[in-house]
Design a protein around this ligand. Sequence first.
Ligand code: IMP
Length: 194
Amino acid sequence: MRELIFATNNQHKADEIQPVLRDGFKVLTLRESGIEIDIPEPYDSLEENAKTKARTIYQMTGQNCFSEDTALEVNSLNGEPGVKSARYAGDGRDAGANTGKLLNKLSDQEDRSGRFRTVIALILDGQEYLFEGICEGSIADQPRGVKGFGYDPVFIPRGDNRTFAEMDLAEKNQYSHRAKAVSKLVDFLNSSYH
Ligand code: IMP
């Protein structure tokens, strides 16, 4: 079993990634690795934030690790909430407040299209690699469903009419930005890491 530290404290993200990684890889969250740290995400790009998080953990542990950063980008709001998606409605990182603010801002907009974009930064034997996953979709009129996390109750992936929060994890992973980025990570690991 190959272990990879996943530079996150978000158990939802770790739970989403483990089934996509399949057998052979074990993802350890920071907490499971005994690391207590809240790594800042100060940059204006997902790529820089993801790289910084992975470098921080690599410097602390010397172990192979990866991190990810995700944004919801809504077209009629010029890409908002964007890289600051977690703090859209303030530093409390309150998912209900974030989705509420988004729905308010979209109340007079006809175009509700947007996308989730995930960037994964991997550090493998000291080398850095980036992987991107995109899920196109649209923002619902009202929150629907109780599964998932974050903006899931208001995001409808293209090709479905349910929100992510109305789907089981396996269904979400058929569409999701994160699953797509992880698939690229897995293909890379399988081809280069034995
Ligand atoms: P971060 O990557 O943890 O900084 O996430 C940015 C924001 O997007 C946070 O508010 C997360 O809750 C939200 N988010 C990240 N991934 C997802 C997802 O798969 N579904 C819904 N919201 C997400």
